[in-house]
Unconditional design. Sequence first.
Length: 313
Amino acid sequence: MSCHSSKSRSLVGCRDFASLQRTSSTVGLTTLELLIALLFVLGIMGSAIVAFVALQRHSTEVKARLDAMSEARHALFMLSQDLSQAQFGPATATPKNMFMGANSPSAHGNRKDDDGDGKIDEEVFDGKDDDNDWQSQDDKHALITSVLRERPQGYGFPDIGDSHVDEDTRFGQAQLRFRIPAETTGSVAEIYYHITTFDGEPNVLVREKTTSGVTEIGPVAFNVLSFSALFWDSNAPAGPTRTWLTSWDSTVMDESSQLVLPVSVALEVTIYAGSKKLSTLPPNSPLETVRLTTVVNVEAALNDAKYRRNSLP
């Protein structure tokens, strides 16, 4: 009924009815705005939760990778310190010289195409071009002067440090045993590095140190999937035949004519870097890993007259 249909209707009544219409309209609009605002807030909260979960997952993955990097660096640091001190003799020991290393390559690596050539785990850590993709431009033996190159013995053929050499390697389990000076003046300690189970934890690189018949065992790195070592064959003639060896045994070498310690040892350590526990992963699944390599010089061998005589190509 319209307010204008009857003149008997009071002006006050018409104003009240119009006011009621405006109030109802205002209340309805406010409720709609609240619903829209609520949906908007819920959308923001949902996006924020998704972003938080993704950020937390990424943070966990980054932390796992940083932890793996720290483990690998510590392992190479310990190995480098010990290997640089490896020594000849002493003459009273049996055997007189002790430097033994051996590698046991696995059937697989991290199951990833690390070098982008469409193949998986096609190499072993041996300082060679196992998959035949090395080219002359991959040679990284830098020219220091007009006639001197960095590590000249490896110039002109595949070698550690070159592109397309040992970039997609299978895992290995090396064992290293050698002697270093002990803390007590005049005595020696036997050092033994290998991967084993330590305190219930598998895949631990441990260091065993034996001095005067007493052995101390300590962990060097955890979640170690691979540990490999190579030994520079300075006894071979210069050229491609003077290369890295996958094993070394000083006890069967002729000390009168051969250098019974390797001049350099190349090391490779691969640590599991996934955020999930390794034992929970499905069989044959790709593995997140951190892989570090280095080359350590054995100071006693570098200073030996046999090396100085045969060091230049």
